[in-house]
Design a protein around this ligand. Structure first.
Ligand SMILES: Nc1ncnc2c1ncn2[C@@H]1O[C@H](COP(=O)(O)OP(=O)(O)OP(=O)(O)O)[C@@H](O)[C@H]1O
Ligand SMILES: [Mg+2]
Length: 166
């Protein structure tokens, strides 16, 4: 599924819908170059759980935990991860095992250690704004895509949808 996010507000709104559809669980990996809008999308996801404050990429600390709306949300930024094994030392195993929502920027840096995602979202530059390409890897991921495709608010933003989801 591909979605046009013409400006930052739409990116945050889409994140909020995505957050709602996830219901506080799952692994969402955000791919895209520097400035692609990964943290902006994360801000929207966190808003779905009532977090109204700022969201900064935890570039140096690797992970920022949020406990909000009774859910555990972990926002990872692996840009500066030297070795995927570092995720073991910071207790990543427990965070991924929790009944939590894990959002990961720069998942490629953790390849080999990170478990498979439920959803992979690749952000690229649009004309204008950004394009989000969403791929599901589990039942949870597929159900989120179905929920999103049924959101009327996004009808005019969906560019492409897999045949079996229509
Ligand atoms: N859909 C959009 N349209 C236009 N601008 C956007 C959109 N989404 C985000 N931006 C802008 O892009 C810039 C970079 O966004 P953001 O920090 O979210 O990127 P990032 O992918 O997290 O970058 P990094 O890899 O450095 O962490 C911000 O100035 C933000 O306002
Ligand atoms: Mg970021």
């Amino acid at each position: 599924m591909r979605v046009r996010l013409d400006d930052e507000d739409r990116q945050v709104d889409f994140g909020r819908c995505l957050g709602r559809a996830l219901r506080g669980q799952g692994r969402v990996y955000l791919e895209g170059e520097l400035g692609a809008g990964k943290t902006t999308l994360t801000r929207g996801i966190l808003r779905a759980y009532g977090h109204e404050g700022a969201v900064k990429s935890p570039t140096y600390t690797l992970v920022e935990p949020y406990v909000t709306g009774g859910k555990y949300l972990y926002h990872f930024d692996l840009y500066r991860l030297g070795d995927p094994e570092e995720l073991e030392f910071i207790g990543g195993r427990d965070l991924f095992a929790d009944d939590a929502l894990c959002i990961v920027e720069w998942p490629s840096r953790g390849a080999g250690w990170l478990p498979e995602p439920d959803l992979r979202i690749t952000l690229t530059l649009g004309e204008p704004g950004r394009i989000a390409s969403l791929e599901a890897f589990s039942d949870l991921g597929r159900s989120v895509l179905v929920t999103l495709s049924q959101e009327m608010a996004f009808d005019d933003m969906i560019i492409e949808q897999e045949r079996e989801q229509q």
